[in-house]
Design a protein around this ligand. Structure first.
Ligand code: UGY
Ligand code: MN
Length: 249
């Protein structure tokens, strides 16, 4: 038994590891019968919000988007999502993207213990492109092409690759022995949740062991590299800001 003074979580200037051992619940208006853990938000210096919600069988997530678009992904369990006139059952691995600007949403009738991951980003309109509509989909390994010619790495892009979208959400699968082909140094920001397996992550020249259930925030230019550890694939779902002019200068 580890002392209660131990945690793998860290919060640094340009990255954070948030392991479930340090969760403290938040109350969010309209989200009832559930525990909400706000994993990443602007208080950290981030420009996205990431939450993990665990629902009781009476749980409901209801609201209306404002400046931010919201991406809901079912990590485990199932829930009924209603967006406008469209209502669908979301089982594990299914998602719905809800656009910014007054779109009502309701996630209801979950099985007890259902976990829902959310990513939120203030939408930046792009002249000449209509804002995206509601988008439904699911994790599908057959739609995950090889990444950078490395058979041990596959990425599925969950949202359409269109300029109207200013955020991407991808699922990255590393086979045992797989690792990023280089240390990435880039302007885009990430929030992620490990869905399966374990790995070693290098963030800003520091090493972190991570596993299923852990979340990571990487600020712009936080250098990053990862390798799968163990005998099963390591899999994470991650957010990335994309498709907008990179500077106001
Ligand atoms: O899309 C990405 O930047 C991705 N390869 N980064 C990451 O997984 N840390
Ligand atoms: Mn990256």
């Amino acid at each position: 038994m580890l002392p209660t003074s131990f945690t793998r979580s860290v919060t640094r200037r340009n990255h954070a590891i948030i392991a479930p051992d340090g969760y403290i619940n938040s109350t969010v208006p309209g989200w009832t019968g559930c525990t909400v853990n706000v994993i990443i938000n602007e208080q950290m210096g981030a420009r996205l919000c990431q939450t993990l919600v665990t629902l009781t069988d009476a749980g409901q997530l209801t609201g209306e988007t404002q400046a931010s678009q919201v991406f809901f992904y079912v990590v485990s369990g199932q829930v009924q999502a209603t967006i406008g006139a469209d209502s669908r059952i979301l089982t594990t691995g299914k998602f719905v993207y809800v656009p910014a600007g007054g779109q009502a949403y309701a996630l209801k009738n979950p099985t007890a213990g259902t976990q829902v991951l959310t990513f939120h980003k203030v939408y930046e309109p792009l002249a000449g492109h209509a804002a995206p509509g509601v988008c439904w989909g699911e994790k599908d390994d057959s739609r995950a092409p090889v990444y950078m010619n490395d058979e041990a790495l596959r990425i599925q892009e969950l949202l359409p690759n269109e300029l109207a979208f200013d955020m991407a959400v991808n699922i990255f699968t590393y086979q045992p022995g797989g690792n990023l082909p280089m240390v990435e140094t880039h302007v885009m920001e990430h929030g992620l949740l490990y869905l399966q397996g374990s790995a070693i992550y290098l963030l800003d020249q520091q090493w972190y062991p991570v596993q299923q259930g852990d979340s990571i925030w990487m600020a712009p230019y936080c250098q990053q590299w990862a390798a799968s550890i163990g005998k099963e694939p390591s899999v994470y779902i991650y957010y990335k800001n994309v498709n907008r002019f990179p500077t106001v200068i």
